[in-house]
Design a binder for this molecule. Structure first.
Ligand code: IPE
Ligand code: IPE
Ligand code: MG
Length: 248
């Protein structure tokens, strides 16, 4: 373990890290390559981040891989991204198995081309019994889509029964979101020096610690992840209380 990693306090690890992986296009452009070259190199950063999180003992990692809004990109880029996903999933499933990592996906998966959806579903089924870490890919995902779907599901579930208005609370709503089985992210990382949420996990990020890295996603490595976690561990999470109240 290198000296930076050894500074991590194992008893104060974030239980869920969410990442907005941004900057593939700019990274490629800076070396005169096309955007797709950037996405290809982004896959390597996904692999490194996933392995490092598993090694550190982070139970949940959620990666924003393709947003609802990303469907509006040039069709050539969208197609390349969908193909890249198939390749990456097929290539990495064995490693996920070996590392005891469960693959999961959130988003409007029906929008994905059938080849992408099939390989995703196959990998999800194959890794369903793994217990070390849950790796969730947000694909064709946006938070407003998710919340809209949740409202529709709630209305559907109670269409033949009186609606239990008094039981509606935070927990009730959370159950209807795509992330129902996961804790909220403790730490959100966004790369590429952009300071926005871009329609990602709006409900779930209510009390997450936010960390912005100026690195473009393909250049984000293990050390950058460790730095983000160390920064997180320096924060005082008050959840509305005063600092004094948190002292034992
Ligand atoms: C993130 O990189 C990957 C996806 C959104 C699919 P971008 O493709 O957004 O790269 P930039 O932001 O244009 O540099
Ligand atoms: C956010 O990145 C979505 C993903 C990382 C998948 P974008 O590059 O699409 O975000 P905006 O549009 O610049 O905010
Ligand atoms: Mg971007």
């Amino acid at each position: 373990m290198d000296s930076l990693t050894s500074q991590i306090q194992p008893d104060r690890l974030p239980q869920h890290i969410a990442i907005i992986m941004d900057g593939n296009g700019r990274w490629a452009k800076s070396s005169g390559k096309n955007r797709i070259f950037g996405h290809k190199n982004g896959v390597e950063a996904v692999r490194k981040t996933t392995e490092m999180c598993a090694k550190l003992g982070i139970p949940y990692l959620t990666l924003y891989a393709f947003s609802t809004e990303n469907w509006n990109r040039p069709s050539l880029e969208v197609r390349a991204l969908m193909q890249l996903l198939v390749q990456a999933i097929q290539k990495e499933t064995a490693t996920l198995q070996k590392n005891n990592i469960r693959l999961n996906a959130i988003g409007d998966l029906n929008q994905l081309p059938s080849s992408t959806r099939k390989s995703l579903e196959k990998a999800i089924a194959e890794t369903a019994g793994n217990t070390r870490m849950t790796l969730t890919l947000a694909l064709s995902y946006s938070s407003r889509w998710e919340i809209t779907e949740a409202v529709k599901s709630i209305l559907n579930e109670y269409k033949n029964n009186p609606f239990p208005i008094d039981s509606v609370n935070d927990q009730f709503i959370s159950q209807f979101l795509e992330t129902a089985s996961m804790p909220d992210p403790d730490l959100l990382i966004r790369t590429s020096g952009e300071f926005r949420i871009s329609n990602f996990l709006l409900w779930q990020l209510a009390y997450s610690e936010l960390y912005f890295s100026s690195k473009l996603w393909p250049e984000f490595g293990e050390e950058d992840l460790v730095e983000a976690i160390l920064d997180y561990q320096k924060r005082e999470r008050r959840f509305g209380k005063t600092s004094e109240q948190l002292k034992p």
